[in-house]
Design a protein around this ligand. Sequence first.
Ligand code: 4AD
Ligand code: MG
Length: 431
Amino acid sequence: MQDIFVKDIARYEGQEVRLKGWVRNIRSSGKLLFIIFRDGSAEIQAVAFRGDLGDELFEEAKSLTLESSLILTGIPKKHQKIEGEYELSVTGISPLQIAEDYPISKKEHGPDFLLSNRHLWIRAPKQWAILRIRHTVYYAICEYLNDHGFFRFDSPILTPNACEGTTTLFDLEYFDEGMAYLSQSGQLYLETGIMSLGRVYDFGPVFRAERSKTRKHLTEFWMMDAEAAYVEHAENMAIQEGLIRFVIRTVLAKCDKELGILERDKDVLRAADVPFKRMTHYEAIEYLRERGSEIEHGSDLGAADEVLLTEGSPVPVFIEKWPKDIKAFYMKRDPEDDNLVLGDDLIAPEGFGEIIGGSQREDDYETLLGRMKAEKMDLEAYQWFLDLRKYGSVPHSGFGIGLERLITWMTGTHHIRETIPFPRMIYRIYP
Ligand code: 4AD
Ligand code: MG
């Protein structure tokens, strides 16, 4: 007998098959048993008759509880009422383990309870759908980069210096070498990689000791940093746009069922697969002030400003050319205005906020050194980074995508904590 996954059930109509999985739900009457059976790949309704199983096995099967593990044999048949769906007509049931009273039920649970039971909560349909979309987004990003000449270049997590400022660093004592820090972004290392491979990316966990308790911040999240030699500011944004639009199309093409479970409006996603808007930081402040915001020129955007910027429009918006004082030391000065840098933030629509931070990088040794001195950075720890401006410096650019921010938007999830298997936040490390 063939062992199969539920997702492949249609190919086996009328043939006896074996399925291995868990009980999502079960109900029985005198001579009928309905099991909603899931195996990770999908779920199916299994129907067992007392007459087919015999009294003893039927009684044993009735003792199955929610989330019990079991192996089923049966014959797939077209569902009588739902077009395209299948049912399993059960021929045999072997329970593996009868689950204790399952703590997560259909009734409403508070977020704290669910997060404390995250190791079980991930089995719930919505969490299952989000995790599958996470998988698809991850591979779509890799596919796009691979097709555009980027090589994977893994940056270290233990580092001697900060990438994104010192206020959100996790530090630890590193043997006799002094302090080490958990990476906030692999960017600086990727800048070394392009001088060897031309175009590179990394994809892994990064860490920020964020004191903010917002629905957009994790202390450990996944970042994809990409970096490319001889790419300047405008082309950098074009790559970001191409990549995000490819992710949207891939999610729509591959995750129809998952988006359905999440009740995500697919038309809203489809509408974002068009050329993105572009605004300078200056224009963005003007735009916000016209709409009642009290934000001043020269200041960073708050969460409310990000919402206002995309309100009523399904299209993501690039905010480019930022005041240098509110952006990182490595961003290249705008040749047209010395007070600005060639940085860009990509703001997702529907209030999902910033999903990408990117920039052209300062490639002039003296300019970069001057900026680092002005910020009182420890030059010795960054000597290797400065070296790149001495040995064949070239114009180059890159960007970083926050994977969970992007998934939050794709899935329409309210809080970022549901987009990663085990969220790490200022007030939570368990489980
Ligand atoms: O804008 P950020 O800080 O940019 C960098 O780290 C650059 N070095 C990237 C680069 O150019 N290679 O972070 C990039 C993205 C943000 O746009 C956001 O999507 C996400 O990372 N992000 C967070 N996601 C979850 N929780 C947090 N605390 C985040 N902080 C940033
Ligand atoms: Mg940013």
